[in-house]
Design a protein. Structure first.
Length: 296
C-alpha cells in the first residue's frame, strides 16, 4: 500500500512539474512570439484596442522601413570601405562583431586570470581577488567618466573598440572561472610539472578542458551582457556607421514618431544572434550551472 501511495505521489509530482514548466516556458517565450508576429502586422493591428494574437494580414512594411531609412558601408578598414547597404544591416554587423570579440577576449583573459588566482600562490593573491570582488559591486556609472576620458585619450572614442575593451576586464568573469578552477585536482598539475610540461601546456591541456563548462556559461553571459549594454553604447558611439542595432533603432525613433512596428522589426532582427549563440553554448551553460549547484 505504501509503495502504491509513493508511486501515485511521484506521478502527481511529475505531472504538476511538467504543467508548471510548460506554463513558465510559454510565459517566457510569449514576448518573443509577440515581437516576431508584431513585426509583420499593420500599424492598425498593432495599435488595435483588441489585440490580434495572430496577424490577420501579413505585411513586410516594417522591415521595408527598417532597411530603407539610412545607408552605410558594410565595413570600414581604414580607407577601404565595403559596399553600401541598409544601415540596419551595418548596425547588426557592428553588434555581432562587438559581442563576439568581447566574448572571446573576456573568456580568454578570465580563464587565465581565474586559473592563476585559483591554483597559483603568489604575494598579493588575496588582495587581488578581494579587489576583483569589490569591483563586481561597483556600478558602471561610477567609472563611466574615467572610461570616456581614457577612450578619448587613446583615440578609440566613437569606435566599436571603445565598447569592447571595457567589457573584457569583467570582474564577474574572473570570479566565475576561479570558482571552477578551484575544482582542478592539484595532483594532475603536479604530475604534469614532473613530466616536464610548461606552464602554458599545463593550462591548455589540463586546466582548460576541466573549466570548459564554466567558459561556456561565461560566453553566454558575456555575449548577452555586451549585446544589451545600451548605456555604454549610447555614450561611446555617435556616428551612424558605428551604431549598434539597438542604438540605431533608437536613433530612428528619435527622428520620427513612435513606430512600434519598426521597433518590433528591429528587435526581431536583433534576437536572431542571441538565439543562435545560446543554442551553440546551451550544453556548456547547463552543465556549468549544474556543476555550480553541486559545488554549492
Amino acid at each position: 500500500m505504501k509503495s502504491k501511495t509513493s508511486t501515485t505521489r511521484s506521478k502527481c509530482y511529475k505531472v504538476i512539474s511538467t504543467i508548471v514548466i510548460a506554463i513558465l516556458a510559454i510565459a517566457f517565450a510569449f514576448p518573443l512570439y509577440w515581437i516576431i508576429t508584431g513585426s509583420f502586422k499593420t500599424p492598425q493591428a498593432i495599435n488595435a484596442t483588441v489585440p490580434q494574437w495572430w496577424p490577420q494580414e501579413w505585411v513586410m512594411a516594417n522591415y521595408d522601413k527598417l532597411f530603407s531609412r539610412q545607408t552605410a558601408p558594410l565595413w570600414e578598414l581604414g580607407f577601404f570601405k565595403g559596399p553600401v547597404v541598409p544601415a540596419a544591416l551595418r548596425w547588426l554587423v557592428n553588434t555581432v562583431f562587438m559581442a563576439v570579440v568581447a566574448m572571446v577576449l573576456t573568456c580568454f583573459t578570465a580563464a587565465m586570470a581565474g586559473y592563476a588566482l585559483a591554483k597559483k600562490r603568489f604575494i598579493g593573491r588575496t588582495v587581488v581577488f578581494s579587489l576583483i570582488v569589490c569591483a563586481m559591486a561597483l556600478p558602471k556609472q561610477v567609472i563611466l567618466i574615467p572610461l570616456l576620458r581614457e577612450m578619448s585619450d587613446i583615440n578609440l572614442y566613437n569606435t566599436i573598440w571603445a565598447v569592447i575593451f571595457p567589457i573584457v576586464g569583467w570582474p564577474f568573469g574572473v570570479f566565475l572561472i576561479k570558482q571552477f578552477a578551484e575544482g582542478i585536482p592539484g595532483e594532475m598539475m603536479e604530475a604534469a610539472k614532473i613530466d616536464g610540461a610548461s606552464e602554458w601546456k599545463t593550462f591548455s591541456a589540463i586546466a582548460l578542458p576541466m573549466i570548459k563548462p564554466g567558459i561556456g556559461a561565461l560566453a553566454i553571459f558575456t555575449f548577452i551582457n555586451s549585446w544589451n549594454d545600451y548605456f555604454m553604447q549610447l555614450i561611446m558611439l555617435t556616428s551612424t556607421s558605428n551604431l549598434t542595432i539597438s542604438l540605431g533603432i533608437a536613433k530612428l525613433q528619435a527622428e520620427n514618431a513612435t513606430d512600434f512596428g519598426l521597433i518590433m522589426a528591429g528587435a526581431s532582427l536583433a534576437a536572431i544572434p542571441i538565439i543562435v549563440v545560446f543554442l551553440i553554448f546551451q550544453k556548456y551553460f547547463t552543465k556549468g550551472i549544474t556543476m555550480g549547484a553541486v559545488k554549492g
